[in-house]
Design a protein around this ligand. Structure first.
Ligand SMILES: O=C(O)CCC(=O)C(=O)O
Length: 287
């Protein structure tokens, strides 16, 4: 059975496909094709429009993440000049969507039913994280730190995902809870022999596509072109309970604190905007 399932159109409610296809990734082609965001957030259009507001960009080198703030206009202009395979590129990575695009809801509209559960749907944009980077930008091999489901929306450009099922976590030489030392695109099996035989699935996403990844999926992401994307990390009641139990297998206490907040919301003790008053800092959490 394939770990990555292709769909030509949006599907049924998320609750159904999470249950029906538990543990698999799903790619939905062209979901956002009619969204105004596809044109307005293209790197070409942003280069015309982006102003002097400062945005946070990250660089990843020698296993460390550093954060810098730069004028958005300068950053977007640099995207077309940064070429080649550059894992260390400056990357506007995992920044709250509304911090850069306060009008996101107006441009994207409702997220098609199925890509986030009902609890998140009304205010999905407040849970969304933005990624804008040059060709060659890379996100190293990791899994999402709260063990959430992830719906990943590609707006402009093409990204290549290297995907490994969560059950191969122990063969993936993890450090700091969620980062792997392996390069999933070119694993060095002499240095990391337990990775031998681990299946690495590859999928490319383009403008309008959505990739769903189940909790714990290990993923490494390469931008094949300059690229704009956003994602939403979300829980169901089942996934948040599993994630809370991960406190006993190494999940950092800070992550468990965020999961407790979401559990409070999903089990009926808070509307999203109330939970976000405390959970909001997760969206700027570098871990
Ligand atoms: O697009 C990227 O570079 C990283 C995406 C990612 O790691 C995620 O959605 O969790």
């Amino acid at each position: 059975m394939n770990f990555v399932v292709e769909h030509r159109a949006p599907s049924a409610h998320v609750g159904q496909w999470v249950r029906a296809h538990a543990g698999r990734c799903h790619v939905y082609r062209g979901v956002l094709k009619d969204s105004a965001a596809l044109r307005r957030w293209s790197t070409a259009e942003l280069a015309e429009q982006a102003g002097s507001q400062r945005v946070r960009v990250k660089s990843y080198a020698d296993g460390r993440i550093s954060v810098d703030t730069v004028p958005f206009g300068d950053y977007v202009a640099s995207l077309t000049s940064d070429q080649g395979d550059r894992p260390e590129s400056r990357y506007l990575h995992d920044v709250p969507l509304l911090e850069v695009f306060p009008d996101a809801r107006g441009l994207v509209g409702d997220i098609p039913a199925g890509f986030v559960p009902r609890w998140y749907a009304d205010g999905w944009e407040r849970f969304a994280q933005l990624f804008i980077g040059p060709a060659g930008a890379r996100t190293p091999f990791h899994f999402d730190c709260l063990l959430t489901h992830n719906s990943f929306f590609q707006v402009d450009g093409t990204k290549r995902f290297y995907l490994v099922p969560a059950r191969y976590r122990t063969a993936s030489y993890l450090r700091d809870w969620r980062w792997s030392q392996v390069d999933a695109a070119r694993p060095d099996l002499a240095a990391f022999p337990e990775f031998t035989g681990v299946p690495v699935h590859q999928v490319d996403v383009g403008p309008g596509d959505v990739l769903y990844m189940p909790p714990g999926t290990l993923h490494q992401v390469h931008s094949l072109t300059a690229s704009v994307s956003f994602n939403i990390d979300w829980h169901t009641r089942t996934s948040v309970l599993t994630a809370l139990a991960a406190a006993y297998r190494g999940m950092p206490a800070e992550n468990t604190r965020y999961n407790l907040m979401i559990a409070g919301g999903l089990f009926g003790r808070g509307r999203p905007h109330e939970v976000l008053r405390r959970y909001g800092s997760y969206l700027s959490y570098v871990s």
